[in-house]
Each structure stands twice: as structure tokens, then as C-alpha cells.
Write a protein of this length. Structure first.
Length: 393
């Protein structure tokens, strides 16, 4: 969804932003592989790999302890997933305002309307239904990509080939770097994805080529769109489109894409909350939300709809949410995608690793800590400044 912000990252970081899009893709691909590797142990009698863990949380339990491991990873995952859901609602409001800047409906009202559209997602019962919605999300994504790249190619005669710089805007680029990191974050889904594959031996192949494709497209997209609009590049590239009608159509399709992107993090967040609170006593504080016939109980449906309402209200009422999400995401994103996978890998597999792999794991941990500190500092400073000068919500 946030690929529309990548040209703005090129504006702030120049060629270094493009390097980051490729480098972070490589790192996230690597950490995804080692995270899944931590699910397995070698059977000493047969010499075969056996899947002895089934989730990110089960790996954390092994490394941090049963209590603190589950608590740390579940908290980080829930924050990351709910923040993603909230941001989708915020993006919908911003895009609708961009499509109808002279309208009488403000951004918060658009967010409330989007919330009404999202309420039926409370009835989702399986990942199959989520995957169908994600399929149509992909279709709308391909349409937007084709439209924007086609528009840029039509303007090739006016491209600013010399406008891409080697310097970095250190005050603002770390926030854009956070967007790049966030665009590759998939680690929390990978153990489940790998477990559902018919042929798990193809997991590494799938991860390699998906990240190669993502890195190639994101870097080309960010570069080409920046060459087209140059120093006028806006935070959401669709707002650079000159024709109001054309911009309105593109923004509406992006809103549709954001709505169709919402179910995956929402479903994952509900599953985690259900495992923590609603598996049944005495294992969890509350009874199961499912009836014997496999249907949701009334109060179970209220819980799921309540999560949607919570995300919409957070989007409406939290001031400066984009900055706040950057502040929190700089911690959870780097932890889940950089630091913890490498730490778990060292804890569980150190005896089987060569020296270069161990050093590379430590290097990624260092990068994760560096990105987290810089991102938290920059986002925190921006948040304080926004409150001091009284920026609108």
C-alpha cells in the first residue's frame, strides 16, 4: 500500500533511497529464511529436519522463556498489526480528501464511512476468505501500478535525469527509511505461510524471487516517478496527477485497495487476541468465542466488530497519528524484522553456523538497533514539534 510514498523517499534520500530499497529487501529475505529455519531441529537418529515449532511466538518462548517470550512477541505483533489497520483507515481519509478537496466532507467523516464498510469483516471465519479479498487487492494494485507507470512514461521527455542526488536529508530521510522497512515487513506471517505450503522445500525459492521482484519494482517505481515530478514530488505520488478527474479515479482505486488490504492484518490480530484471551478456561481468561456448530457467538461477533471500531476510532481521534505510528513502528518493525530473527538464529543455531553467518547476524542486529534509535528519535522529535506548534490532527 505504501509504495505510493516511495518516490517521496527518493526525493529525500536520492540514490541512497534506491540502495535502501534493494538492501532492505535482501536483509528481510534473509531474516525471513532464518526465522523459518528456527522452526526446525535436526533429528539425531534420522538426520532429517523436523518442524518442532509452529509460530513466531513458539520460537520466542524457546529463547526468552515461556512467559516473557510470548508476551514480548504477542505485544509487538498486536501493536504492528493494529497500527497497520489504523493506518489503512487514515490513508483512506487522506486519499478521499485528495480526490474531493473542495467537498463538504472532512477526513474524519470519510474515515467513519470507511469504518461502516469494514464492519462486515467481523464475520470472517477463515483465511480462505481473507485470501480472496487479498487477491482483489492485488488486482487493484496492478491497475494502479500500470496507470502510474504509464503516466510517467508518457512524460519521459520531461524527466529530470540530473535531479536525483547523492546527498541525504538527514532530518527527514529516516522517516522515509521506516516506510521502506515497513513495506517489506512480512516476518510475522511467514511461519504460518510456510506451514500451509504443499511443498515446503520451495519456501526459500518463493521468498527469494518475491523479494527480488519487490526490490526491482519498488526501486524502478520510486526512481521513475521521481524523475517525472522531481522536486514537486508529494508524499502520496497520486496527488501529483494534474487532472482532478484522473486523480480522483486513481485515489478511489487506492481507497479500494486499502479497504481490501485491511482484512489480512485485522484477521491476524484477531487470531492472536483469540489465542491469548478466548481459547477457553482455564487456559485463557474467557471462554471460546465459537459455538459448537462452528458459528461465532453473539458476544464473539461483538469482539470482532469491536476491534474494527477500535481501529477506526483510533484513526479519528489520535492526533498526528502518522508521526506516532512512525515512532512506534520504528521499534516494533525493526524488532520483528531485523533484531529478533537474528537473535533467535544465534540462540538456537549458533553451534551449526559458520563465522561469516554469525558476523552477518550481528551486523543485522546492529542495523536494526541503529534504525530503531534514529527512527524513534526523529519521529519523537517530530511529534513533540507538532504538539508545540499546534498542528491540526
Amino acid at each position: 500500500m505504501f509504495i505510493v510514498s516511495l518516490p517521496f523517499a527518493v526525493l529525500r534520500g536520492g540514490y541512497w533511497a534506491i540502495v535502501a530499497m534493494v538492501g532492505i529487501a535482501h536483509i528481510c529475505c534473509y531474516t525471513g529464511k532464518i526465522l523459518v529455519e528456527c522452526l526446525y531441529e535436526v533429528d539425531v537418529t534420522t538426520g532429517r529436519r523436523v518442524r518442532v515449532r509452529d509460530s513466531y511466538v513458539s520460537i520466542a518462548r524457546e529463547c526468552f522463556g515461556a512467559k516473557w517470550g510470548a508476551l514480548a512477541v504477542n505485544a509487538a505483533q498486536i501493536i504492528e498489526l493494529l497500527m497497520t489497520c489504523i493506518l489503512y483507515v487514515v490513508v483512506c481519509g487522506d486519499l478521499m480528501i485528495g480526490a474531493f478537496p473542495e467537498g463538504s466532507i472532512d477526513a474524519r467523516s470519510w474515515m467513519m464511512m470507511v469504518g461502516i464498510v469494514l464492519v462486515p469483516l467481523g464475520f470472517l471465519k477463515s483465511l480462505h476468505h481473507v485470501s480472496m479479498l487479498s487477491f482483489w487487492c492485488t488486482m487493484s494494485h496492478l491497475f494502479i501500478n500500470a496507470v502510474l507507470l504509464g503516466y510517467c512514461l508518457l512524460e519521459i521527455g520531461d524527466w529530470g535525469w540530473g535531479q536525483v542526488k547523492w546527498g541525504i536529508d538527514m532530518e527527514n530521510f529516516p522517516i522515509s527509511l521506516g516506510v521502506i522497512v515497513f513495506s517489506y515487513t512480512s516476518q510475522i506471517f511467514l511461519p504460518t505461510l510456510e506451514g500451509c505450503m504443499e511443498d515446503r522445500s520451495k519456501f526459500d525459492w518463493m521468498l527469494d524471487w518475491s523479494h527480488v521482484a519487490a526490490a526491482a519494482f519498488k526501486s524502478i517505481f520510486g526512481y521513475v516517478c521521481f524523475l517525472t515530478f522531481q522536486s514537486d514530488t508529494q508524499e502520496v505520488i497520486t496527488n501529483n496527477l494534474h487532472s482532478p478527474g484522473f486523480k480522483g479515479l486513481v485515489n478511489f482505486v487506492l481507497v479500494l485497495k486499502a479497504v481490501l488490504s485491511y482484512p489480512l492484518p485485522y484477521y491476524a490480530a484477531c487470531e492472536i487476541l483469540e489465542k491469548i484471551f478466548f481459547k477457553g478456561k482455564p487456559e485463557t481468561p474467557f471462554p471460546t468465542i465459537w459455538a459448537l456448530d462452528g458459528e461465532l457467538k453473539v458476544w464473539g461477533l461483538a469482539f470482532k466488530v469491536g476491534v474494527i471500531v477500535f481501529t477506526v476510532l483510533m484513526a479519528i481521534f489520535i492526533p498526528h497519528f502518522a508521526i506516532l505510528m512512525g515512532f512506534i513502528g520504528s521499534f516494533t518493525g525493526t524488532m520483528l524484522s531485523f533484531i529478533w530473527p537474528c537473535y533467535f538464529h544465534l540462540q538456537l543455531k549458533r553451534d551449526t553456523l559458520d563465522r561469516n553467518t554469525i558476523l552477518y547476524d550481528y551486523f543485522i542486529i546492529f542495523l536494526g538497533c541503529l534504525f530503531a534509535v534514529i527512527g524513534i528519535w526523529d519521529s519523537g522529535s517530530a511529534l513533540i514539534k507538532a504538539f508545540q506548534i499546534g498542528l491540526p490532527f
